[in-house]
Design a binder for this molecule. Structure first.
Ligand SMILES: [Zn+2]
Length: 210
C-alpha cells in the first residue's frame, strides 16, 4: 500500500511538473541554442549587465518553471545596491523608480522599479527590481553599452534581491521575448540557470584598438 501511494505520488508529481513547463516553441529553440545544436553567429552579442570583472549567478533562466514559465528572461542573483549597467546601447524609453515594496506575491508586481532601453535595431531590453530611487537615467537619455543605469534591489514581484533582464523584438507590431547571446569571460554564450558568469575587463582591449 505504501509503495502504491508513493507511486501515485510520483506519477502526480510528474504530471504537475510536465504541465508546469511552457509549451512555447521558443523554449525548445532556446535549449538548442544553449547546447549549440542550433548555431547562431550573426545575432547581437550583449554585455553582461554589471561591472567588468564581476561575476553573478543566473538563478532563473529562460522559460523556467518558477516565475519565468512563459518568459524568455534571466534573473541574476545580486545583493541590493549592486551596480547595474546597460547590456547594449540605446535610448531610455521607460523608467520607474518610486516603487518600494517587493515580495513573492503577484500583488507586488506594479511596484517593480524598471528601465526599458530601445536599441538601434528597434529591439528593447528591460531591467527590473531596482531599489527605491535606484535609477540613474531618465527617459530620452542616450545610453552607452556598459554605462551605469541603476542599483539593483527587490522591488516588485521578487523572491530575493536580483536583476530580472529580458529582451523583446518586434515583428509587425507584435512584441516577442527572445533569448540573446552574451559575451562572458569564457566566450560567447546563451546563459543557463545556476551557472555563474563573469564579465571580462575589456577597456584595455578597446583602448588598444583606438
Ligand atoms: Zn525574473
Amino acid at each position: 500500500m505504501q509503495l502504491r501511494n508513493s507511486l501515485c505520488w510520483s506519477v502526480l508529481c510528474f504530471f504537475l511538473h510536465s504541465c508546469a513547463v511552457s509549451k512555447s516553441p521558443l523554449r525548445t529553440q532556446v535549449k538548442q541554442l544553449q547546447k549549440g545544436i542550433i548555431k547562431d553567429d550573426s545575432s547581437y552579442v550583449y554585455a553582461l549587465p554589471y561591472d567588468e570583472g564581476k561575476t553573478f549567478r543566473v538563478i532563473q533562466g529562460y522559460f523556467s518553471r518558477f516565475t519565468h514559465k512563459e518568459r524568455a528572461a534571466l534573473d541574476f542573483n545580486m545583493k541590493k545596491g549592486t551596480r547595474v549597467t546597460a547590456a547594449r546601447e540605446g535610448v531610455v524609453v521607460r523608467v520607474k523608480e518610486d516603487g518600494y515594496k517587493g515580495g513573492l506575491h503577484k500583488k507586488y508586481r506594479s511596484h517593480g522599479n524598471n528601465i526599458v532601453i530601445q536599441h538601434p535595431d528597434g529591439s528593447r531590453a528591460g531591467y527590473w527590481h531596482f531599489q527605491h530611487n535606484g535609477v540613474v537615467v531618465n527617459v530620452g537619455d542616450t545610453i552607452k553599452k556598459g554605462q551605469l543605469i541603476g542599483y539593483s534591489g527587490k522591488t516588485g514581484y521578487a523572491f530575493v534581491p536580483h536583476l530580472h533582464f529580458l529582451v523583446w523584438k518586434t515583428e509587425k507590431g507584435n512584441w516577442q521575448q527572445i533569448a540573446t547571446r552574451f559575451q562572458t569571460s569564457k566566450g560567447i554564450r546563451y546563459l543557463r540557470s545556476w551557472k555563474r558568469y563573469k564579465r571580462e575587463r575589456t577597456s584595455l582591449a578597446v583602448h588598444n584598438q583606438q
